[in-house]
Design a protein around this ligand. Structure first.
Ligand code: ADP
Ligand code: MG
Length: 337
């Protein structure tokens, strides 16, 4: 069954269409991650699912039932929204448990759920504090606990990790994945961080100007993003203009064999992890070399074309290096850019 199915959904603010989805769905039990730049309509979409934004047109089905006419409280949705609202006068414990007794009458069961989440989300030691006495990251974890303690069938998470430091982001994302395995639910998560998306998603949707412009399983989508926009968003691919005919593209870099045949004006996506530095048919000049924690991030100018590559060691700016493609790149449609 589909947990979410929308058709023909549009939302406008004044003249601007901020949401325009002919058809979009999330399968039951799926972890679907929406990525996209600021202002692309991600929050508007999940707010429409929750009933907090009323679309001009379209239908929303949740669990196979029409939901667009139902008020928010009648949709069995849990959410952690951007700019999360915790009750300032209640303790952390009070915020998490508020109203739960109606859904879970058994006090022992409520305690078990709270204890499990408090431990896993590392909020156990400040259950008696007020939200104002917490850091931003701690408040986000409390908001997560408040949503998860209800075990909703559909959980909407709008940038739930944005205030967490890098390490805590990863551990919290893994925790959400673990809880999802233990307690079946459908999760729609929004992030602008592709690492979060790769870590959590069964499927990723890339949003641009109110539309989902690319969609797929993380591995497949990273390898074959379809559009130039998605390629730039999902990887550090360098896009090079070329003219394709059959299995080959002609570009300023010379003829390039393609992973799949294409015709006409295209952009060829060169991913840094598919370029080896040291030997190969292409020669370029190092014009950038930045340390990024792991391998160095190089920018290498081959004529007028700059390619992103990775290398274990630092290389002097201006040095000549040889490059080879380890995998045949893909051609993307040029108008998509
Ligand atoms: P995202 O979450 O992807 O950053 P949003 O869905 O919040 O984007 O917003 C999409 C667009 O709609 C933005 O350009 C934003 O300025 C606009 N927008 C959102 N809410 C309103 C509103 N209440 N009134 C007018 N414009 C809005
Ligand atoms: Mg948003």
């Amino acid at each position: 069954m589909q947990a979410v199915h929308v058709r023909d959904l549009t939302k406008r603010y004044g003249e601007r269409t901020v949401l325009d989805l002919p058809e979009w769905s999330v399968e039951e039990g799926e972890r679907y991650v929406i990525v996209g730049p600021n202002g692309s309509g991600k929050s508007t979409l999940v707010r429409a699912l929750a009933g907090l934004v009323s679309p001009e047109r379209g239908t929303i089905e949740l669990d196979g039932e029409p939901a667009h006419d139902k008020p928010p409280h009648a949709r069995s949705i849990g959410f952690v929204f951007q700019g999360l609202a915790l009750w300032p006068h209640l303790s952390v414990r009070g915020n998490i448990l508020l109203g739960l007794d109606k859904q879970v009458p058994d006090a022992a069961e409520r305690r078990t759920r709270l204890d499990e989440l408090a431990e896993e989300l590392r909020i156990a030691e400040f259950l008696d504090r007020r939200p104002a006495q917490l850091s931003g990251g701690e408040r986000q974890r409390v908001a997560l606990a408040r949503a998860l303690v209800r075990r909703p069938r559909l959980l909407l998470l709008d940038e739930p990790f944005s205030d967490l430091d890098a390490r805590l982001r990863r551990t919290t994302a893994r925790l959400v994945a673990r809880l999802h395995e233990r307690h079946p639910m459908t999760i729609v998560l929004i992030t602008h961080d592709r690492t979060d998306a790769y870590l959590l998603a069964d499927r990723i949707g890339v949003m641009r100007d109110g539309r989902i412009v690319a969609e797929g399983a993380p591995g497949a989508l990273a390898r074959n993003p379809g559009s130039a926009f998605a390629a730039e968003f999902l990887s550090d691919a360098s896009l090079v203009e070329a003219n394709a005919h059959g299995g080959e593209a002609r570009s300023a870099l010379g003829p390039i064999p393609l992973a799949e045949s294409a015709e006409g004006a295209v952009l060829v996506a060169f991913r840094p992890d598919e370029i080896s530095v040291g030997e190969g048919a292409l020669t370029g000049t190092v014009v950038g070399c930045e340390f990024a924690g792991g391998p160095w991030h190089l920018r290498v100018a081959v004529g007028d074309t700059v390619l992103a590559a990775r290398h274990e060691d630092r290389i002097e700016l201006g040095a000549e290096v040889a490059l080879a493609l380890t995998t045949a790149p893909r051609a993307l449609v040029q108008e998509d850019r």
